[in-house]
Design a protein around this ligand. Structure first.
Ligand SMILES: C[S@@+](CC[C@H](N)C(=O)[O-])C[C@H]1O[C@@H](n2cnc3c(N)ncnc32)[C@H](O)[C@@H]1O
Length: 255
């Protein structure tokens, strides 16, 4: 595919000879440019350039805003996240819990490096956070996490640890039982399937990614559906997320 950008239009020439031209402000042009922007950002490591209240957070800002919309709507008692890294996402969730006046955060990581643990434990919002160190799919760790969610509580689960299809599928199977009706388990970073072949990728990412795990999980679990988060406010011409998390939000639709 060859994309030509002019001041007021975008032209796309496809390998089969087809050619499309879009006004720069059209949803179609925005989609084409966003796809390129995501790929450029992947190569440039754009997501490795943000902090939240002092801690590095490895996320695309739009994904955080959309997640905030979901968290504010669901108002969970517990937000579980696998994959802590520097702790910025745990602080992000904790800041929402504090602002909403409800909720606490459980973070799981196979290795919480001492300097990250110290910084998270020293943070103003640490009282909202519990850290659990270990493989997120190990039965002992899964039990420790489950013990943090009391019967009748609402939980949102975010999967941002090892992004192989097998690991995410194992996490979905382990943690989906925590998710109550109308809440979500989120399989993050499905973008891997779209950037396979780019720097810092592996050739099997085209299939070995969280999105494929999510698709396989919902095919076997009709109590979950993949749902695009509704835009709560939208006076734009755009109605698709620009995201690292395609097909990520699995909503429990029945018991
Ligand atoms: C992408 S980072 C998490 C980023 C973080 N959620 C954020 O938004 O800033 C992935 C983390 O997953 C952890 N991880 C990798 N394999 C894991 C596993 N099997 N169980 C738990 N954590 C794992 C890594 O140690 C790493 O810290």
């Amino acid at each position: 595919m060859k994309v030509t950008v002019e001041d007021d239009r975008v032209s796309v020439s496809r390998a089969d000879g087809a050619r499309e031209e879009y006004e720069i402000g059209s949803p179609e042009a925005f989609r084409v440019l966003s796809k390129l922007w995501l790929r450029s950002g992947w190569d440039a490591k754009y997501v490795y350039s943000f902090t939240w209240l002092g801690r590095p957070i490895i996320q695309l800002p739009e994904d955080l805003l959309r997640l905030q919309e979901v968290i504010y709507r669901v108002k969970p008692d517990v937000i579980v996240e696998t994959g802590v890294a520097h702790g910025g996402s745990l602080i992000f969730h904790a800041s929402l819990c504090k602002a909403i006046g409800k909720g606490r955060v459980v973070g799981v990581d196979v290795e919480i490096r001492p300097h990250n643990r110290s910084a998270i434990e020293a943070h103003e919002l640490f009282s909202f956070i519990m850290l659990i160190e270990g493989d997120s799919t190990h039965p002992t760790i899964v039990e420790q996490v489950k013990a943090q969610v009391k019967p009748g509580e609402t939980a949102i689960v975010l999967l941002d640890s090892n992004h192989s299809k097998a690991h995410v599928l194992a996490e979905l199977n382990a943690y989906a039982p925590l998710v109550t009706q109308d809440s979500y388990i989120v399989a993050m970073d499905g973008i891997m399937g779209d950037v396979a072949g780019a720097p810092r990728t592996q050739s099997d990412w085209a299939w070995n990614n969280p999105r494929q795990a999510a698709l396989e999980f919902v095919a076997a679990h009709p109590e979950f559906e993949i749902e695009e988060p509704v835009f709560l406010f939208n006076e734009s011409h755009i109605n698709e997320r620009v995201t690292y998390w395609p097909s990520a939000f699995l909503k429990r639709v029945s018991a």
